[in-house]
Design a protein around this ligand. Structure first.
Ligand SMILES: [Ca+2]
Ligand SMILES: [Ca+2]
Length: 147
C-alpha cells in the first residue's frame, strides 16, 4: 500500500537507497581532509497514500564518525635533509629536529632511530615528553677519523 520513499540531503559522500534506507559511502573519505568529524547530514522519509496522494514525512539527523586508519607516513620538517656543523673533540653537543604524522592516536605516533652511517655509535637520539627529538654526540668526534 504505502510505498515509502526516502530522500537525502546535503552530501555527495553518501548515497541512500530510496527503498531500503541503507546508507552507503559513495566515495573514499579521507579523515584528515574533513572540515569536521563527525560528518552530519539530514535524511527524510516519506509515504504517499495511493488514492488521496496525501504525503506524510519525517526527518532525522545522521551523524557519522570517520575513524582513523594509518594512511599517512610521518614527514620530517625538512624532507631534503638536515645539515649541521659540530666542532670536533666536544661531547654533548645537540641538534633538534622534528617530524609530524597527520594520523591520530597510535596511527600518528612516531619514533626516531639512527639506521646507518654511524659505525662508531658516536650519535644517539633522545626524545623528550613533548615528542621533540635531539641528536646528541656521545663520543668525541675526531675530524681526522672521518673520510
Ligand atoms: Ca601515520
Ligand atoms: Ca589517517
Amino acid at each position: 500500500m504505502y510505498g515509502p520513499t526516502t530522500a537525502f540531503s546535503h552530501s555527495c559522500r553518501f548515497t541512500i537507497d530510496n527503498e531500503t534506507g541503507v546508507i552507503t559511502t559513495a566515495q573514499m573519505i579521507d579523515r584528515e581532509s574533513l572540515q569536521s568529524n563527525p560528518v552530519s547530514f539530514m535524511v527524510t522519509v516519506q509515504d504517499r497514500h495511493p488514492t488521496s496522494n496525501i504525503v506524510q514525512s519525517a526527518m532525522s539527523m545522521v551523524t557519522v564518525w570517520v575513524n582513523d586508519v594509518n594512511d599517512n607516513s610521518p614527514r620530517f620538517s625538512q624532507p631534503g635533509g638536515y645539515h649541521v656543523s659540530f666542532e670536533e673533540n666536544l661531547v654533548g653537543l645537540t641538534f633538534s629536529f622534528s617530524a609530524v604524522d597527520a594520523d591520530s592516536g597510535m596511527n600518528g605516533e612516531i619514533t626516531y632511530d639512527i639506521i646507518g652511517g654511524d659505525p662508531m655509535n658516536q650519535f644517539s637520539l633522545k626524545t623528550n615528553d613533548s615528542g621533540d627529538v635531539t641528536l646528541e654526540i656521545d663520543r668525541y668526534l675526531d675530524r681526522e677519523n672521518f673520510t
